[in-house]
Ligand binder design. Sequence first.
Ligand code: ZN
Length: 320
Amino acid sequence: MAGELVAGVDLGGTKILTVLADRAGQVLARVKVSTHARRGQDYVIDTIVESVHETMRMSGAPAGKISAVGVGAPGPLDPDRGLVFFAPNLGWKNVPLGTIMSERLKLPVYLDNDANLAALGEHVYGAGRDADHMIYITVSTGVGGGLIMDGRVYHGAGGGAGEIGHVTVAPDGPVCNCGNAGCLEAVSSGTAIALRARALVDDGRGAGILAAAGGDAEQVSARSVSVAAVAGDAEAVVILRDAGRYLGIAVAGVINLLNPSAVVLGGGCIQSTAALWDAMLTEVHRRTLESSLAAVRVVRGSLGGDAGALGAVALALERT
Ligand SMILES: [Zn+2]
């Protein structure tokens, strides 16, 4: 007899968020703990398993009530085999996470990439509801994405679809973590914003940004840039506008390519300030074909940091 509840896990490099939900996606319990990736793979997997048990204890639900677990993990990974190929934030290579968790929990465990599940979460429970063709983009430390096509996560030929962070938007731009130059992630991520602000401060400029960082050049971050921008600092606004402009170029490109009904954006850099968002929208309006622009709404995500875990819930419910 299938249980009535599922658990959704969002495994990140610093935090693990686990929720227990019913078939309607209503969250009954929620546990957030530190990943402590440096303590190794066994420790991290123990922590996830314990988090699932903890949500069950908190809800008072008997063990038989839970029917499956969905897990969002940093990719690249193979969702069918439950195998995490490579996760630099965790120090993992070829970890059969799905199999190990399934044996430990005695439950079916379904795995997908964290950005894909954040996309699914916003599609099923958030700002992308009723949008069967939806693009999700997260702009925080890095830039990630997920595609919902015909109401389902689109994985591509080898599971690599949705990597909008590595679309080139500035051919002669800064070098990206992937080795290419001018990727969206290298010009619009929180990391890219912080690097540009630090360079400015090192150059003896950026007084407003430095002040927002408490006067300590070492503490200059994307957050200090948004704080300075909100206070009206012109240099901070320029940095965020440039980041937003490149983001808009990428968003317009995917709208022209896929004709989605919604583009949902999440992540810390999207929530923090209007300068980046407004510049992105201006560029989207400038570069998107009229017919596709008329069909799409470009909106902020509504689930915040819960999008991935709720997407994992949706994945588990979809499979059971
Ligand atoms: Zn790249």
